[in-house]
Design a protein around this ligand. Structure first.
Ligand code: ADP
Ligand code: ADP
Ligand code: ZN
Length: 220
């Protein structure tokens, strides 16, 4: 199954995408993580894109599309993938439609106000996991539960870059929802709830929650 997860910055896409991928054996693809890896390791691509990422602008579509094309062709994607942070505009959606079939789309709804609060406390790890100082602290302060690396604040989680990223989301990404609505594969979930409750909603709308703790199956 190929899934896209949409939502404003800070809505918990990365957190939820990682859970879905881990629990269902799917590949997790985050274009933001791929770009941060290149920037950190100062690859040619990293040096070319750093100026966009730091200020919260989109990396040019040509570069982004190439990266996604390569990634989706990797063998781990054959079983299916969860896409986080792509597509973000019409050109990217057009490219995606030529390389993969999307089966389900999740939109995590969150107000900009709450998104900004979330990002101001976000702690990231280079393995892709993210934590929150208050809402989802790591077991050991400043250290990733999963890989033991030191957590860091993202350079682009500053108020100016956050404002720009949210504006681009509303202007360029939200208009893509119609395409998936027409295909009847778009599901909205309430992102204001706790991480576990958001995850439960996602499992339900995807029809994956065989271990629904309430024991109720919502097939209607
Ligand atoms: P995105 O990938 O959409 O930008 P993240 O998954 O990185 O979002 O989450 C943003 C921040 O909010 C992180 O600090 C994360 O720990 C925290 N967070 C994620 N989901 C929730 C939630 N449901 N309630 C409270 N905090 C959350
Ligand atoms: P966020 O969604 O919170 O902005 P991401 O980690 O998904 O964070 O992405 C970080 C940055 O990487 C973006 O601000 C942008 O510069 C770049 N980026 C990620 N995905 C894309 C994409 N699909 N198209 C263009 N640029 C992207
Ligand atoms: Zn880690």
């Amino acid at each position: 199954m190929n899934i896209i997860i949409f939502g404003p910055q800070g809505s918990g896409k990365g957190t939820q995408a990682e859970l879905i991928a881990r629990n269902h054996g799917l590949a997790y693809i985050s274009t933001g993580d791929i770009f941060r890896y290149h920037i950190k390791n100062k690859t040619d691509l990293g040096q070319e894109i750093e100026k966009y990422v730091t200020v919260g602008q989109l990396v040019p579509d040509e570069l982004t599309n190439e990266i996604v094309k390569d990634r989706i062709r990797q063998p781990d994607c054959v079983v299916g993938f969860v896409l986080d942070g792509y597509p973000r505009n019409k050109l990217q959606l057009e490219l995606l439609n030529t390389i993969a079939e999307i089966n389900q789309v999740i939109v995590i709804k969150l107000s900009d106000e709450e998104a900004i609060k979330r990002l101001s406390g976000r702690l990231a790890c280079k393995c892709g996991l993210s934590y929150h100082l208050i809402f989802n602290p790591p077991k050991k302060e400043g250290i990733c539960n999963h890989c033991g690396e030191k957590l860091f604040r993202r350079d682009d989680d500053n108020p100016q870059a956050v404002e720009k990223r949210l504006a681009i989301y509303h202007q360029e990404t939200e208009p893509l929802f119609d395409f998936f609505k027409q295909k009847r594969i778009l599901h909205e979930v309430d992102g204001h709830l706790a991480i576990e409750a958001v995850y439960q909603q996602i499992e339900t709308v995807l029809g994956l929650n065989s271990k629904n703790e309430t024991g109720l199956h919502q097939n209607s």
